[in-house]
Design a protein. Structure first.
Length: 364
């Protein structure tokens, strides 16, 4: 999936159910939902329930005890169960629509599914198995689902799709939300005769700063390009600077120093940027030209579609799933209580107070 909900890694690592689940696996309780020829094992629902618990914890903050709080005006336990059921609706719609449109997972998609499953399962195997999730259930509920979801989004919002975004819509979002630039940087270190590295003294830093500021001005004046500035610096210091490739980056995710430096620049102009360990030259490039290139690049275009409609499509798949004729195994999912998840993930949604991030299941 192009872009997805993220929450506490410690929480996901601790997703292990207590022994109270031992009575849940009668023949009638081995599956969670059926739609046509598609059946999701109960382990997939357990994964979704734990994801919903983690999502609730994220909304409440680390100080709140999840199951003693309200989420969006609703009792947290009810919200968590409802959210997990939303994932079931989305799962059914994604599979049904994927098949309806005749889409398939190609070799690259399947390799990606295997890679994601293998890496996450290798890390979380023990807690997942203790919780009652088989590797095959996790792969179906997470890796395969996300791969299909991404492909479906790109198809439905892409050219000829039933939710197609026009080129003007793509253009306006891209121009408004992204900046296209290139940079070079020089590390503020020198290498001694025996290969040892040492920090430049203040006089050397001042000399390098002045030189790169002059090079940035020459670029802005149109007298040299960034490649030439890189070669000039190599001749000046005897050390090759690092020259990055042109890159388009979301403005709201850009490093503050780069954002401030690039914002006032016109296309082709450059600015000097200073950090504690490096000096940069950043040059603003013509994003209109990059947009034309993006339209010819299936991967980049898909990423833009996900950026523009990921959240909307997540809710869309849930809403569409609710209108489908699907069979939810209520007795099976009722046997999996949020309180059991809380015992493992912690009252506030983290384990041992840790708070790093990992992936959970969603369309974002």
């Amino acid at each position: 999936m192009t872009k997805i909900f993220k929450r506490a890694a410690a929480g996901v690592m601790a997703l292990a159910m207590c022994a109270g689940l031992s009575g849940c696996y009668s023949e009638n309780n081995t599956w969670a939902v059926k739609s046509g020829d598609t059946t999701l094992p109960i382990g997939g629902y357990i994964y979704y329930l734990s994801s919903a618990y983690s999502e609730a914890a994220g909304k409440l903050g680390t100080e709140a005890e999840v199951l003693k709080s309200d989420v969006e005006g609703q009792n947290s336990s009810d919200w968590i169960k409802s959210r997990a059921t939303d994932y079931l609706y989305s799962y059914c719609y994604v599979n049904d629509k994927f098949n309806e449109l005749g889409l398939t997972l190609d070799e690259d998609d399947l390799d990606s599914v295997d890679y994601v499953t293998s890496n996450m399962w290798g890390y979380y195997k023990e807690p997942f198995e203790d919780m009652g999730i088989a590797e095959s259930s996790f792969e179906e509920a997470y890796s395969v689902y996300n791969s299909k979801l991404t492909k479906l989004l790109h198809t439905m919002y892409g050219k000829g799709g039933e939710l197609e975004l026009s080129e003007d819509e793509l253009h306006d979002h891209y121009i408004d939300s992204y900046v296209y630039y290139q940079y070079l940087y020089a590390d503020l270190t020198i290498t001694g005769d025996e290969g040892e590295s040492a920090e430049m003294d203040e006089d050397e830093k001042s000399e390098v700063k002045e030189y790169l500021e002059d090079q940035a001005k020459l670029i802005s004046d149109g007298r040299i390009d960034l490649d030439t500035a890189s070669a000039n610096y190599a001749n000046f210091k005897g050390t090759q600077p690092t020259l990055g490739e042109p890159i388009a980056y979301a403005k709201d995710s850009l490093n503050d120093l780069f954002a401030e430096a690039l914002e006032p620049l016109k296309d082709g102009e450059a600015a000097f940027v200073e950090t504690a360990t490096r000096y940069y030259i950043v040059q603003k490039l013509d994003i209109e030209e990059d947009f034309k290139a993006l339209l010819e690049d299936e991967s980049r275009l898909g990423s833009l579609l996900s950026d523009m409609r990921g959240k909307d499509f997540s809710q869309y798949t849930i809403d569409q799933g609710k209108s489908m004729d699907i069979q939810i195994n209520q007795s099976a999912i009722n046997s999996i209580k949020p309180s059991k998840v809380a015992k493992i993930m912690g009252k506030n949604g983290t384990s041992s107070g840790e708070s790093s991030e990992s992936e959970s299941s969603s369309a974002e």
